[in-house]
Every structure is written in C-alpha cells, then in structure tokens.
Design a binder for this molecule. Structure first.
Ligand code: 5GP
Ligand code: MN
Length: 327
C-alpha cells in the first residue's frame, strides 16, 4: 500500500463530514472492529459518525467499546451521508436490502482487503495483502495523527486476531505481528480479548460442534470435507448464524483435508456457504463460480436454490478443483 494512496484517501475523509460506516451482514470481528476504530478516529478529527449494520452484533463482540452504537439504517437515513463501507467486497455484502438506497449517499468510500473487491466506490482503499481491514484502518489512524487510544487499539487488535485465526492463517505477515505488538503497547488487553472471543463458547456452538463431528462428509480422496446444516437441524440445536462462526475451520483442520466447506440453509431457497482451504486450492475462485468471493484461503457465497441442489453442485465443483476430473 503506497503512502500516497492512504494520504489521498485520508485527505478526502478530512474534507467531508456527516459519515455513516457500514459493515457486512453476519458481521465478524474484522468488520465490527474496523468500523468502530474508524469511527473513533473520525470523531477525534471532529466528524459526526453513525455506525450501521443490517444484522445485530454477535454477543461475542459485545465487550467492544462503542458496540451499542450500531443501528440498522432506515429508508430516509441515506441521503446526504458520506458512506464508508468496511470489509465489504461489494455493496450487496451489506444485504440486498441496501441496494435501492446506498447510491443516495453523497460520497462512497470503500476500505477493504478482499481480493475479489469490485472497487465500487468513489474512493477505494483496497489492499488484498493485508490480513484484516483493520490493518488498513491502522495505517489511516497513524497517518491522521490521531493518538492510538486504548479503545482504537482494542478494536483493531480484534480485527487482526479474528481474521488471522489468532495469527495462524497464511495471511499473517511480519507487519501483522508488528502492528499487533504496537496495539498491545497502546493498551489492547490481549488476555481479556482472547478470553472473550475464545473462552466463552456458547452452548449453542458446542451443540453444533457435536453435530458436526458426527456428520462431516468426505470426498473419495478425503481432500474435501463438508458439513450440511438444514433449517430443521439448526432450529433443533437453537443455533443462529453467530453460533456457526469457526465451525468450517474444523472441516478444514483435519489430517489430509485440503478444503473445508459449510453449507447452511438460511431460508428455504437460500444457502449460505463458507469455504476454507489449507494451501493448494484457491477458494475465492471456487466461490466466484457461484457468485461469491473472499480470499484465496477463506471465501463464501450465497446460493439461491434448494439445499440438496446447492450441495450437489458446489461439492461437485470443489472435488473437481481439489482432486481433479478423475476423482
Ligand atoms: P465466512 O465463511 O466467514 O462467512 O466468510 C469468509 C470470507 O468470504 C470472508 O472474507 C467474507 O467476507 C467472504 N464471503 C463470505 N460470504 C460471501 C459472499 O456471499 N459473497 C462474497 N463476495 N464474499 C463472501
Ligand atoms: Mn476481513
């Protein structure tokens, strides 16, 4: 990321006021932490900021400072706002419901690290080499001269720890560690953050995990492992979207498995799919076949159609890509 690019982006933000920051649906640590840190930065610069998301913030992240400020935008809210998308490869990642409205905003900004980003805004700051969108917000904060407060450091640390799987995924760079070290020095309480995120697993997630271990399915060469969660099962386990965070990693993190996939029935004809890979397979390319995207090692899509059809089509493609035509 070139300094000049950040400088220009920041200069444009500094020129304007009355911002709304929006993150993607089914929000994760990166989209929430990035939005909050950016809001704190802009407010330190004297700007008015609102925080928007169409979905509620998962309980897991309720310990973050400012998290109660997220609201769902109404039809009349968009006009005149300067809208900043964070961690969204395209506007529809914030929910199809925003599509009739978001162009009513005055200026569109896009801060993201997805390789599949569509560069849809008036001003785009997209850096796929960054492990989390939060790393890009970190650069903006540094450049702005706003002090790295404990609140900002906490939110940014969460973006990094969640998007790197606690510094395990291959997106973790030397610079990721350097930023993390600085955030800790700035007051991010890493012990509390790790406790909140990894040591308060809700019973619903445990119920899903129990189900998952009994129901994983495998391709002929066992390089693809997948789990199907239909609506009835999810209801029986009392599991909502936020309880499924991380389940797909257990599909991937098995001996010999290269690609892990989770298919969950959100509505009768809508299937949410998560893809993870270890190293050989580009799951961003796989997700894009089905209209989704993400990163090479973590991606997703929404399949419109029945669950059985989604499973058949998506798993067939995944096996083809992973094990070849002869499998
Ligand atoms: P997850 O599986 O955790 O929901 O998402 C993994 C990655 O894929 C994230 O970086 C996320 O932004 C991206 N992703 C998930 N679902 C979709 C989708 O429907 N469309 C696109 N473009 N990206 C997605
Ligand atoms: Mn992210």
């Amino acid at each position: 990321m070139k300094n000049q690019e950040i400088k220009n982006f920041l200069a444009k933000l500094q020129e304007l006021d009355d911002f709304a920051i929006i993150g993607h649906i089914n929000p994760d640590g990166d989209t929430i932490g990035s939005a909050l840190a950016l809001a704190f930065m802009l407010e330190s610069l004297g700007k008015k900021v609102e925080l928007w998301n169409l979905d509620p913030v998962p309980e897991l992240y309720h310990f973050l400072p400012g998290v109660q400020r997220f609201s769902c935008p109404q039809a009349g809210d968009w006009q005149g706002k300067n809208l900043i998308f964070v961690d969204c490869s395209e506007p529809k990642r914030c929910g199809d419901e925003i599509l009739p409205y978001y162009r009513q905003a005055s200026t569109l900004f896009n801060i993201d690290h997805h390789i599949s980003n569509k560069l849809f805004a008036d001003f785009n700051l997209v850096v796929p080499e960054r492990a989390a969108s939060g790393e890009i917000i970190y650069e903006l904060v540094k450049m702005s001269g706003v002090p790295l407060s404990r609140e900002i450091a906490t939110c940014l640390y969460v973006t990094i720890v969640t998007d790197t799987g606690s510094f395990r995924f291959p997106n973790t760079t030397a610079s990721t560690f350097r930023i993390a070290a600085e955030l800790k020095e700035a007051g991010a309480d890493t012990e509390t953050i790790n406790h909140q995120i990894y040591e308060e697993i809700p019973p619903e997630t445990l119920a899903v995990l129990g189900y998952a271990f009994a129901h994983f399915q495998y391709s002929p060469q066992r390089k693809v492992c997948w789990l199907v969660l239909d609506k009835q099962t999810l209801t029986r386990l009392q599991a909502r979207d936020e309880h499924l965070e991380g389940i797909v990693n257990y599909a991937k993190a098995q001996k010999g498995v290269e690609v892990g996939i989770l298919l969950r029935e959100a509505e009768p004809d809508l299937v949410k799919v998560s893809f993870r890979s270890k190293k050989a397979v580009d799951v961003n390319a796989l997700a894009q076949i089905f209209g989704g995207g993400g990163h090479q090692r973590a991606a997703g899509c929404r399949y419109r159609g029945p669950l059985t059809e989604a499973e058949q089509k998506i798993i067939e493609q995944a096996i083809l890509i992973t094990e070849g035509a002869g499998a």
